[in-house]
Write a protein that binds this ligand. Structure first.
Ligand SMILES: *Cc1c(COP(=O)(O)O)cnc(C)c1O
Length: 260
């Protein structure tokens, strides 16, 4: 188990958000970056509706969820909260595409053309558009979702065909390790790939966003250029659900659980 403290009240959430923002600002200072160029995406998976209402009151107005079903259920339950948006950050199966097209504001884990095609069709039918990021496997772990880095250029060239998808950049999950020397290269790789794609990506494909970094490694990610950090446990508290539930192949007691 890790040591992330659980937030329940509005006051708890204010403190935890303040702490995370302070750490984001410090990482930006070290890297000579403007903190306004880094967006904090709170990740709300496993957190109950009652607690999420308090998080909303403390200023969390976009919620990141890994599983579509859980996100959809929460979206329906919290439809009374003005301006609340949902970001899907986990792998999507084609049979869940319909739900995402219905309620999500962004989808950060695009990694295959079948999903792109199905999503675009559903979005067209609703007259909606969706911000998407292409997920890249920068850690070379076979179990992880995401495209191999050398497959991304050809993939991105196909995306203008799907006019409801607004491609904004890239997303990755780094290697789970407490050793920064093993984690940092994943972030460096995503940024390098983004620079390369800026030269080759077709018109209309934007490569500004780099979604990388979580509770255990977001400061490293910011030093390497992250524009979106996806942070769950450092805001909401330790999760009981093991990481292996979300990321196939992750050991139940992965180093990510031990990081603080
Ligand atoms: C759960 C999750 C996160 C956040 O992880 P924490 O350890 O809670 O900060 C980030 N990205 C993805 C894709 C996730 O599923």
């Amino acid at each position: 188990m890790n040591t992330y403290a659980t937030a329940t009240t509005v006051e708890d959430f204010r403190h935890h958000l303040q702490d995370v923002h302070t750490r984001i600002d410090a990482a930006c200072r070290r890297a000579g970056r403007d903190p306004a160029t880094v967006r904090l995406l709170p990740v709300t998976k496993t957190v109950s509706e009652a607690r999420l209402r308090n998080a909303y009151a403390a200023g969390v107005h976009t919620m990141g969820e890994n599983k579509v079903q859980e996100a959809h259920r929460k979206w329906q339950a919290m439809g009374d909260l003005p301006g609340l948006k949902w970001a899907i950050i986990g792998h999507l199966q084609t049979n869940k595409v319909k739900d995402v097209a219905e309620f999500a504001a962004e989808f950060q884990a695009l990694d295959n053309l079948r999903v792109a095609e199905a999503l675009d069709r559903r979005l067209q039918a609703r007259g909606r558009a969706l911000d998407v990021l292409v997920q890249v496997n920068t850690s070379h772990e076979e179990q992880k979702y995401g495209l191999a880095p050398d497959a991304v250029e050809a993939f991105v060239k196909q995306l203008p065909a799907f006019s409801s998808l607004r491609v904004r950049g890239l997303m990755t999950l780094a290697l789970f390790s407490p050793d920064p020397a093993r984690v940092r290269p994943c972030f460096v790789k995503l940024r390098a790939l983004r620079e390369q794609l800026r030269q080759t990506a077709p018109d209309g494909i934007d490569m500004d966003e780099l979604s990388m970094g979580m509770s255990g490694d977001f400061e490293l990610a910011i030093e390497e250029g992250a524009t979106i950090v996806r942070v769950g446990q450092a805001i909401f508290g330790a999760r009981k659900t093991p990481d292996s539930y979300y990321w196939p192949g992750t050991a139940p007691d992965s180093p990510a659980d031990a990081a603080s």
